[in-house]
Design a protein around this ligand. Structure first.
Ligand code: PMP
Length: 323
């Protein structure tokens, strides 16, 4: 869908996949005025195709747009764009267990203009790619790397928006994580470098001995929709949920004293992953391994059962895409 200041949103169409032709002066190339979303389409046993919390993703795209001075796309148009794309070829959505069609909506400044100001011409697109099961052999705990030198987002910056610049800032520490045998990097807050923010592409949740779930509250992290859903399911089961600042020290002491019994990361791609270890310069916090009876894995199973239509959807989180 195209947008200009004069016409607003117009010219919605589905076209065969291929290169986008953009002027080399398009402002997205120079000032990174872009935002995106990540959402999946799931095939249910009766072959119908559904997506999960499309309204929440649509609203998050609107918040990202506001921060990046991009135009607002209505949630209805967002959901319709997913429906249109999926309806091109229903066979696109795989049917093997735990597979999905990953949908990547994104919005970029396409105006050819080298002055630094919000673009007057913008494009919104959705591409898709079938995604295999994230853990074909069963969920595996991960080790994560603490970035002490770099932060992902600063106070007043774009941390709460889903915009490419945040990910650009995380690539170098992510490489550091890989080089140290870790799959994700953990960022601390940029002001005090004391409080846990999030991983490069996932949120973090702690489970305490009394069943309370604690997750970092910060205005510079991405409000994950998986995290929100998992915490809702935990609340439905009667667990207390705390959204507040969590220091690295609280993690270290909590694990040492047995107060923290499980730690997990969550996001659309992997859903929920137990964190086995946090490593960093001279630091190692080995968290208890989440066993088959853990809250981590049972909440994961409940959420994926809802997404794949294997159990009722009590919060009305699913939207049918192929009808
Ligand atoms: N934080 C970051 C930085 C992310 O990229 C993601 C993935 N979108 C998340 C958290 C988790 O968000 P969600 O559960 O909505 O996928």
């Amino acid at each position: 869908i195209e947008w200009t200041t004069e016409e607003g949103w117009h010219d919605a169409k589905v076209v065969p996949y291929g290169p986008l032709v953009l002027d080399p002066a398009a402002s997205v190339f120079h000032y990174a005025q872009e935002i995106f979303e990540g959402i999946k389409a799931y095939r249910h046993a009766d072959s119908s195709i559904w997506t999960f919390r499309a309204d929440a993703n649509g609203r998050r795209l609107q918040r990202s747009a506001a921060r990046l001075a991009l135009p607002e796309l209505s949630v209805d148009d967002f959901v319709e764009s997913l429906k249109q794309l999926v309806s091109v070829d229903r066979d696109w959505v795989p049917s093997a267990p735990e597979t999905s069609l990953y949908l990547r909506p994104f919005m970029i400044a396409t105006e050819s203009f080298l002055g630094v100001r919000a673009a007057h011409r913008v494009g919104y697109y959705v591409i898709a790619s079938p995604a295999g099961a994230y853990f074909p052999g069963g969920v595996e705990p991960v080790s994560i790397w603490l970035s002490t030198q770099y932060s992902r987002a600063g106070k007043g910056g774009t941390g709460a928006a889903k915009t490419g610049g945040n990910y650009a800032a995380s690539l170098l520490p992510q490489e550091e994580a890989y080089a140290n045998g870790c799959s994700q990097v953990l960022f601390l807050d940029s002001v005090d470098t004391t409080y846990i923010e999030e991983l490069g592409g996932m949120n973090v949740v702690f489970v305490k001995r009394d069943g309370t779930l604690v997750t970092p509250a910060s205005d510079s992290i991405l409000e994950g929709i998986t995290r929100d859903s998992i915490l809702q399911l935990a609340e439905d089961r009667g667990h207390r949920v705390e959204r507040r600042r969590v220091s690295l020290e609280e993690w270290r002491e909590g694990v040492a004293s047995g107060e923290i019994v499980e730690v997990f990361a969550c996001g659309t791609a992997a859903v929920v992953v137990p964190i086995a270890e946090l490593k960093g310069d001279g630091l190692s916090i080995v968290s208890p391994v989440a066993g088959p009876d853990s809250l981590t894995l049972s909440l994961r199973a409940e959420l994926t059962d809802i997404q794949y239509g294997r159990r009722p959807d009590p919060h009305g989180w699913l939207t049918r895409l192929d009808a």
